[in-house]
Design a protein around this ligand. Structure first.
Ligand code: BDR
Ligand code: CA
Length: 358
C-alpha cells in the first residue's frame, strides 16, 4: 500500500512523540529533595541562559539555592529584570535572586543584543515579576551560602566570571568549601567571538583567570560541548506539542535561536548554557580530560583564550650566557576537567523531557 507523504510524515511525528514520551518517563528520576545537588546559578540572561535556568528549576537532581546576575549578554539591570521575570514565571519566588557586579573587572562591558534580542530574551515580553530582588550583593550572597553549607554547594556560572572572581577575592576561604565549579565558558579549539576566544571568558578574562587558578574542583564546559549539541527542528517539534507557561516561553526562545542559526546556515542552535546545567545533573553526559588551563589576559589576537596544556608539562629553560638552554621538563598541575565530547542526543532529550508539559 502506498502511504501518502502527509500520512508518512504524521506517523513519523507520532513515532517521534512516542520515543520522546518514553524518554521523558525514563529520564525523570524520583530524587528526595534532600539528595538534590545544591547549586548557585550565576547568569547573564540571555536566551540560552533562559534555557539553562528553566532546565535547572525543573530538574529534581538540582536544588537551586540562589540565582546571581552578572552583566554580559545584557546590562546588569536588564539581566536582573529578566531573571526575576523568569523565576516568577516558574513560580519559584522562594529562590533568592541577587544583583552582582555592574561591569567586568578591568574592561568595558560588551552586550550581545545582536544575538539575544534587544531585551536579551528573544524580544519576548514576560509578565512583570511577582518575585522580589534579594537585597544582598551577589558575590556576598555566594560567600554566605557557601559558608552556610560547607562542601555542599556547586557553583554553575553561565556568564562572564566577574561575580565568582569578586567572591573569591573578597573571601578566599570559600575555595576549599565549594564542592565544585561547573562553568560554561572557554574552548580549546577556537572561539566564537573571534578566532581564539569564547564569549564568557573574553568578556572578563582577568576574572576568568582568577576562577581557573583558585584551586577548587572545576569543570570547563566549553564550546566543544555546546557546538556539538545543536537544538534542531526535531527537538523543537517535540517542545511544541505541549502547552504551559514555561514551555510556551522556552519554545519561543528555542525557535528564535533555531531560526537565528538558520540565517547562518547552521542546522541548529548550540546549547551553550544548558550544557553546564546538564553536566551538573549528570556528569556522564560528557567526556573530560584533566589539564592545566590558563586564561590569556595580554594577547593581541588571543585575549580571553583558555589555553589548555594537554601534556600538563612545560620545558624548563635556563639562561646560559647569551641564550637559554632546555634542561628538562616541569610538570604543571591540572586545574580543570575540560569537556571534550558530549552525548548530544541524550543531553537534548534530557532537556526536552524536563521542559515538556511545564
Ligand atoms: C556564552 O556566551 C553568551 O552569549 C551565552 O549566553 C553563553 O553563556 C556562549 O559563548
Ligand atoms: Ca550566558
Amino acid at each position: 500500500m502506498k502511504i501518502s507523504a502527509s500520512v508518512g510524515v504524521s506517523s513519523f511525528r507520532r513515532f517521534n512523540v512516542l520515543i520522546f514520551t518514553l524518554a521523558a518517563i525514563l529520564l525523570a528520576p524520583v530524587i528526595p529533595a534532600s539528595a538534590a545537588k545544591k547549586i548557585i546559578l550565576d547568569t547573564d540572561p540571555g536566551t540560552d541562559d533562559a534555557l539553562a535556568l528553566m532546565l535547572a528549576l525543573n530538574s529534581p537532581e538540582l536544588d537551586v539555592r540562589a540565582i546571581t546576575v552578572v552583566p554580559g549578554n545584557v546590562t546588569a539591570a536588564m539581566g536582573l529584570d529578566n531573571a526575576t521575570r523568569m523565576v516568577s514565571l516558574a513560580n519559584r519566588c522562594d529562590i533568592p535572586i541577587a544583583a552582582g557586579a555592574q561591569h567586568p573587572l578591568f574592561q568595558k562591558l560588551i552586550t550581545a543584543e545582536f544575538w539575544h534580542g534587544k531585551n536579551g530574551l528573544a524580544n519576548i515580553e514576560l509578565p512583570a515579576s511577582k518575585c522580589k530582588v534579594d537585597g544582598r550583593f551577589g558575590p556576598d550572597l555566594i560567600i554566605e551560602l557557601i559558608h552556610a553549607s560547607p562542601h555542599d554547594i556547586t557553583l554553575v556560572p553561565v556568564g562572564p566570571l566577574t561575580n565568582i572572581a569578586l567572591a573569591v577575592e573578597k573571601d578566599p576561604s570559600i575555595v576549599p568549601l565549594v564542592k565544585e565549579v561547573i562553568l560554561m565558558g572557554g574552548s580549546i579549539s577556537g572561539g566564537n567571538v573571534n578566532a581564539a576566544s569564547e564569549a564568557n571568558i573574553y568578556n572578563d578574562p582577568e576574572a576568568a583567570q582568577i576562577v581557573f587558578q583558585a584551586g577548587w574542583p572545576l569543570t570547563m564546559v566549553g564550546l566543544e560541548v555546546g557546538n556539538k549539541a545543536l537544538f534542531t527542528h526535531k527537538y523543537l517539534d517535540v517542545l511544541g506539542r505541549t502547552h504551559g507557561p514555561i514551555i510556551v516561553f522556552i519554545f519561543s526562545i528555542a525557535k528564535y535561536l533555531v531560526d537565528l542559526s538558520a540565517t547562518f546556515g547552521a542546522p541548529g542552535s548550540p546549547m551553550y548554557d544548558p550544557s553546564a546545567v546538564a553536566v551538573a545533573i549528570d556528569s556522564t553526559l560528557v567526556k573530560t580530560q584533566e589539564m592545566h588551563v590558563d586564561v590569556e589576559t595580554r594577547g593581541e589576537f588571543t585575549q580571553g583564550e583558555t589555553v589548555g596544556n594537554r601534556q600538563n608539562m612545560v620545558e624548563r629553560n635556563v639562561l646560559h650566557g647569551d641564550r637559554y638552554v632546555i634542561e628538562g621538563v616541569d610538570k604543571v598541575k591540572a586545574n580543570a576537567k575540560v569537556c571534550l565530547d558530549v552525548d548530544a542526543d541524550r543531553f537534548l532529550q534530557l532537556f526536552v523531557a524536563r521542559i515538556e508539559g511545564k
